[in-house]
Write a protein that binds this ligand. Structure first.
Ligand code: GSH
Length: 221
């Protein structure tokens, strides 16, 4: 049995959960909070980061490595694209959302709206939140632009770009950082993801002490 060490608002863990559910692979969830620097997480992952997936014999760290592991070992549905050029684009966009979106949007929102509230007990910085919201707006515009060209973010089929983008956006949305107004294309795409059973399970999850906005898990938002 796989065990996934994660916490509900970790976007990288969400990406792994989403991809594993698409592949029909189950895992027991084990709560792990990197800022606690627990002995278990430090032993499993030298980076002391979530997600970590292990089954007693094998330890897998890093959302990209974990998702590609399942893409190589579980045939259907393929998540990385059929041709070399499709795979290159899928990996570029997966990296874009996991690095750019995370550093400009998700990480500042997590710092202001989760970490300061639950851990350091400080007041959030309004400027930091506003900057993250502005960056989210530009990223949603980019999603609209990508969807002008393709049905899914990286091409004709659903894959890792959609998984990583949806995982990051869902955490930003949970933390009140997403304004869908004016982003019709992105909204239709996200709505299609929201109706997938593999993603719905993620949206049902709650971080203790932080409530999402009312429309966060609604299909009609
Ligand atoms: N490249 C890693 C990034 C994982 C990551 O940054 N996780 C965050 C939680 S969402 C973390 O553990 N942060 C603590 C730290 O970096 O010290 C992945 O894709 O899994």
């Amino acid at each position: 049995m796989w065990r996934l060490h994660q916490f509900p608002l970790c976007p990288f863990s969400r990406a792994v959960r989403f991809a594993m559910a698409e592949k029909g692979v189950t895992a027991e969830l084990v709560a792990a909070y990197p800022w606690e620097r627990s002995e278990t997480l430090s032993r499993l992952n030298p980076a002391i980061q979530t997600p970590v997936l292990e089954n007693g014999q094998m330890v897998l760290c890093d959302s990209h490595a974990i998702i590609e592991y399942f893409d190589e070992t579980v045939e259907r549905p393929p998540l990385v694209g059929a041709s070399a050029s499709e795979r290159a684009e899928a990996r570029r966009l997966a990296g874009w959302f996991a690095q750019r979106f995370y550093s400009e949007v998700t990480a500042p929102l997590l710092a202001e709206r989760m970490y300061k509230r639950l851990v350091s007990r400080e007041m959030p910085d309004g400027i930091g939140i506003r900057n993250a919201n502005r960056a989210a707006e530009l990223h949603l515009q980019y999603v609209d632009d990508l969807l002008d060209e393709n049905r899914w973010l990286a091409g004709p089929t659903f894959g890792i770009a959609d998984v990583h983008a949806a995982a990051q956006i869902s955490v930003a949305d949970y933390l009140g950082g997403i304004d869908w107004r004016g982003h019709g294309q992105a909204k239709v795409w996200y709505s299609a993801l929201k109706s997938r059973p593999s993603f719905r399970a993620l949206l049902a999850d709650r971080m203790e002490g932080i409530r999402p906005p009312p429309d966060y898990d609604k299909l009609d938002f």
